[in-house]
Design a binder for this molecule. Sequence first.
Ligand code: SF4
Length: 363
Amino acid sequence: MNTTAPIAVVSMSGGKDSLATALKAIDEYGHDRCRFVTADTGHEHELTIAHLSDYLPRRLNIQIDVVKADFSADIARKRVYVAEKWPAKLVNGKPGKWVRLGSVEEEAEPPTPGNPYLGAVIGGWVWSPAVRPMSADEAAEVVARALSVLHPTGIAFLDLCLWKGRFPSRKAQFCTQMLKRFPLDRYMIDLASQGRRLESWQGVRRDESHARRNAAEREMTPEGWEIVRPIVTWTAREVVDFVRSHGVDLNPLYSQGCDRVGCMLCINAGKDEIVNAARRWPEHIERIREWERLVGMACKRGFSTLLHHADGEGGDAEHAYRHSNIDSMVAWSRTTRGGACLRPDGAGRGHGGRGLQLLLRPL
Ligand code: SF4
């Protein structure tokens, strides 16, 4: 058993909670027994990147290591698969299937689908619609279209979506695992292999969400390091006060109407976040539009969207695309359909929401 003093490895997202965790680690263990790491998804706002790569290293006198997922081998394998298997698959069409959500019992029987080509959500089951059979010429066109974009770009988020042929969604949120958890775990494994005793310090709080309400303060991982969540019982108010008491600035995005500062935009972005981003950073909306075009080309159905609107459910892929593409979502975010934003500039709801914006007002 390794009995040396543990090293605290803090994963930094650019947000207030991981910053408070980093400050706590430095307070308790000192600089020498702390390591800091962040995952580069390629989908962050430039202010978050500057906060992590420039401001915090200078202000806290720390180095923040960067890990990044690489999907070039997956994309290379996918190219072979698309060239060899897609033509027959597209000509034969694809049956739809029910996908069970977490809430459905293992032994439960799926419902009977109505129109197999239209999506549906019934009692915890999601119908992934069938793909209509194509002619050989149409199939060749879809294959050529996919192969034309299946090249690694070096942008982890985009490459992941090109490989999968789709964006992640609330029901299939593979981005966190593939872009953050796996690269960060590899970083920990590398450190552990150097004979260090490690603790993974995480800025998780129970009052953040229902899913985190039972988060433990400490727990062991099968890999052999301990997870430590030093602010698990804190409120957002306590986090902000703690960071301010150290004289450290929060990510400037918080004072520009953002309630969360991970990806720009997160697949779970709410109406207020969309309207805020569209007003302040149209260049990010333009980037997302281009990513939707590229990922759509890598997709058998020809469409995929970063965000999902409820009105897009229950139709075919084209219907879903019409309601959920980034321009439709921005247009919707400016309406009062589905509830008005809490502030005219879109700031103030979801993930700490209006409460967080109030906390951030100057004292
Ligand atoms: S911030 Fe949102 S989009 Fe980014 S990895 Fe996490 S869940 Fe996915």
